[in-house]
Design a protein around this ligand. Structure first.
Ligand code: GRF
Length: 213
């Protein structure tokens, strides 16, 4: 059996996606080793989940750090010390400096609560409602310097129902996010995903459409 994929997870808050990864790994469904959980918010609940699970943590407070590039370089140096194979942004609410992303191209993913390329950035649930969309969802994509703009590996869709507000949509989407993120990390851990020649490949063939979970 190949060694488990070494995964670093970055969180800024609640950490429910992190918890889903921890639970899936513990159940034996996910061949990964979460080597570190890092946060820009020392009080992030996600850090506590990691500590409870016996996972190493890095808390690097971004408050008052004016030099974004220097902060990101320090954070990524701390993470790199754990030699992860993959970095997962799971509710990490910062835009990262292009310089730190370069060495991680193809090895860093993010979960975003919209059907990308729709609604990069914030307030995605409200924006889907305001646009009168029939469908909403979450996407997992590889991270580039463009905000929520890297190639999308997979998405999970939900229907928008009459009477939905942003909170209802977020609550209905969250369990789908957990499944989506775990599935994507599993595919990567199993070596089924590659980013070559500017294109995502799945099971050796170029990905022609976003995978649906
Ligand atoms: C999720 O909705 C994720 O898509 C977005 O931030 C939220 C994080 O939730 N990027 P949690 O911290 O994993 O509970």
């Amino acid at each position: 059996m190949p060694a488990p994929l070494r995964v670093a997870v970055l969180v800024s808050g609640r950490g429910s996606n992190l918890q889903a990864l921890i639970a899936a790994q513990r159940s034996g469904a996910l061949p990964i080793d979460i080597v570190v959980v890092a946060s820009n918010k020392p009080a992030a609940e996600g850090l506590r989940h990691a500590q409870d699970a016996g996972i190493a943590t890095v808390a690097l407070d971004a408050t008052g750090r004016r030099d974004r590039a220097a902060y990101d370089a320090e954070l990524f140096a701390r993470i790199a010390a754990f030699t992860p194979d993959l970095i997962v942004l799971a509710g990490f609410m910062r835009v990262l400096d292009a310089a730190v992303l370069g060495p991680w191209a193809g090895r860093i993913i993010n979960i975003h609560p919209s059907l990308l390329p729709k609604y990069p950035g914030l307030h995605t649930h409200q924006r889907a409602l305001d646009a009168g969309d029939a469908l909403h969802g979450a996407s997992v994509h590889f991270v580039t310097a463009e905000l929520d703009g890297g190639p999308v590996l997979a998405c999970s869709e939900i229907a928008i129902e009459t009477g939905d507000d942003a909170d209802a949509l977020a609550a209905r989407l969250l369990p789908r996010e957990h499944v989506l993120l775990c599935r994507c990390v599993q595919w990567i851990a199993e070596g089924r995903v590659a980013w070559q020649d500017d294109r995502l490949h799945f099971d050796g063939a170029p990905l022609t459409d976003v995978l649906r979970v």
